[in-house]
Design a protein around this ligand. Structure first.
Ligand SMILES: [Zn+2]
Length: 267
């Protein structure tokens, strides 16, 4: 049964290729539940680059759409979207140190990756946002090459979008290694692959303009100490313990006084 969702998109993962679904994007965000309460929603499959321009939304933009539950993905946050029903609404701008965005995000954030793991075991939670305590390393590994079949899907042209460029295979897989807020409870940290579309796009642009060494440096920089980095982490429905950083947000670092002030305003 279809339901109308109103959600604030916070995550677009890099497009992925499958033989059955073609090129699709995993989208996630906060679904409005009324009375100012929100819960996570994941939309898949979203054939983003084949969609009509009018329906293409940005992260931090409200959208409304029809969606339904599916038996093939029973994670509590997952919905199958009706693509033609997507209506884009107002963006939430990053002004005033991200106050407007954090107003929606902070109340649903978890304290750590380990808290997400516990919630996954208890209730099947498969999606969350939290601040890593510290990103202490970013490693770049060679990515698995596409098969000939994947290659063929990636280079398919679109009748609706004649200007669509073939999806680019990214030769590097970035992994973030970070300490977790549960370090006192014995957590030794987490290592997760990043599939955030914005970050991988930044890498591609930088690599094209300045070469691979500078591009890798830019990725490492982005999670550095000048940002108050937030990770959006999700699992895969075939691999409930296979967590990935599916999206990232980089609010500016706040001074202690500012964050206290924000906390008061949010209460
Ligand atoms: Zn942990």
């Amino acid at each position: 049964m279809k339901e109308r969702l109103r959600m604030l998109v916070t995550v677009k993962a890099y497009p992925s290729i499958s033989k059955r679904k073609g090129e699709t994007v995993c989208v996630a965000g906060l679904r409005e539940r009324g009375e100012g309460s929100f819960e996570w929603a994941r939309l898949w499959p979203v054939p983003f680059r084949d969609m009509d321009i009018a329906g293409r939304f940005s992260t931090w933009q409200w959208v409304e759409l029809d969606a339904q539950r599916t038996s093939s993905d029973q994670r509590p946050e997952s919905w199958r979207p009706v693509i033609d029903s997507i209506v884009t609404r107002e963006p939430v701008e990053p002004r005033a140190g991200w106050r407007d965005r954090l107003h929606f995000l902070e109340p649903v954030m978890l304290s750590s990756m380990c808290e997400l793991r516990r919630k996954q075991e208890a209730a099947g939670t498969s999606l969350a946002a939290f601040r890593p305590r510290e990103v202490f390393d970013v490693t770049a590994e060679p990515n698995d090459p596409w098969s000939a079949e994947h290659e063929a899907v990636a280079s398919q042209t679109s009748l609706l979008m004649p200007d669509k460029r073939p999806l680019e295979w990214i030769p590097t897989r970035f992994k973030f290694h970070y300490s977790c807020g549960d370090v006192e409870a014995g957590c030794r940290g987490h290592s997760q692959t990043v599939v955030d579309w914005g970050l991988l796009q930044l890498y591609r642009n930088s690599k094209r303009n300045h070469g691979p060494a500078k591009a890798e440096g830019d990725v490492i920089q982005i999670a550095g100490p000048t940002k108050d980095t937030i990770f959006f982490v999700g699992n895969q429905h075939q691999a409930r313990r296979g967590w990935m950083v599916i999206g990232m947000a980089y609010p500016p670092v706040r001074s202690e006084g500012e964050s206290d002030q924000l906390r008061l305003e949010l209460l």
